[in-house]
Design a protein around this ligand. Structure first.
Ligand code: FE
Ligand code: FE
Ligand code: ZN
Length: 276
């Protein structure tokens, strides 16, 4: 099975996302747990969730990826921002238990002049403060482009966070192709090399999802500007090697390319046609 989908709007609830997924031929998808710029989440509607779970089953939709808001920064220098991060993640994880067994991806954070070491400590403290053995969701650290003071631009930083989390079995990693490329990992010339580096540092068993994006910038640019599939510096052929790689092909692939639904439908169709 090829689990390919894209980022969908959750503004109207769960069932409308499943309908959008059906419309564009997606077999998985990602959604924000709340407004990506922060704020409160919409109230959960039990009927909507029940209808969604039924539809998801019918369509054979695989594991879903919920994405935390961008404003969640566990390693901010500002205590109020860190407090927002804790409250938001705790609330998101509780809500996600209504759709159990999926993935929750978040940006590790930006340490804003406090240093990577402090950043890593604050991020793992939050995870240790929030994760409980009962959770059915796997929490994913996203690989970052290393823009500004972002933590998670190097595989070593992700490994250090994972090492400090007590309930380590609740944790995984989501690999974003635009981010790793911008971070200096050359997935065009040497995908095998990058994946064996990932395996050596983090462990491929930790990899639970892929964000499939092209990049506007060159390898190592640390910019994080996504491009449509085949319209960036990574290019279609390299991304086709990603979706077909034996170490990755079982994972859910989510497009976060600058598209509306019709554009996503075309990219999904294109990638399906290149899946071997
Ligand atoms: Fe992200
Ligand atoms: Fe991403
Ligand atoms: Zn990005």
């Amino acid at each position: 099975m090829f689990y390919i989908g894209c980022h969908l709007s959750c503004a109207k609830g769960y069932l409308p996302m499943a309908k959008d997924a059906e419309k564009i031929g997606a077999t998985t998808f990602q959604f924000f747990t709340r407004n990506p710029r922060g704020g409160n989440a919409r109230a959960l509607d039990e009927n909507d969730i029940a209808a969604f779970l039924k539809k998801k089953e019918e369509l054979g939709i695989g594991t879903l990826v919920a994405h935390a808001p961008y404003t969640l920064n566990a390693c901010s220098a500002d205590e109020a921002v860190r407090d927002f991060a804790w409250r938001t993640m705790r609330d998101d994880l509780q809500r996600l238990e209504h759709t159990p067994g999926n993935l929750y991806n978040f940006h590790p954070g930006s340490h804003v002049k406090q240093g990577t070491e402090t950043g890593i400590r604050l991020i793992s403290e939050m995870l240790n403060g929030i994760l409980t053995p009962e959770l059915s969701t796997t929490v994913l650290l996203e690989t970052m482009a290393g823009k500004g003071s972002e933590v998670g631009g190097r595989f070593e930083e992700l490994r250090e966070i994972l090492d400090r989390v007590e309930l380590s079995e609740k944790m995984g990693v989501c690999l974003d192709t635009c981010h790793v490329w911008d971070g200096g990992y050359d997935i065009v010339k040497d995908l095998d090399g990058v994946l064996s580096e990932f395996d050596r540092v983090v462990g491929l068993h930790r990899l639970k999802a892929v964000h499939l994006n092209d990049s506007l910038n060159v390898c190592g640019a640390k910019k994080d500007r996504h491009a449509k599939i085949g319209e960036g510096q990574i290019g279609l052929e390299a991304l086709v090697r990603v979706i077909n790689h034996p170490a990755l092909k079982h994972l859910p692939f989510c497009l976060e390319t600058p598209n509306e639904l019709d554009g996503y439908a075309r990219e999904i169709e294109l990638l399906k046609s290149r899946r071997v």
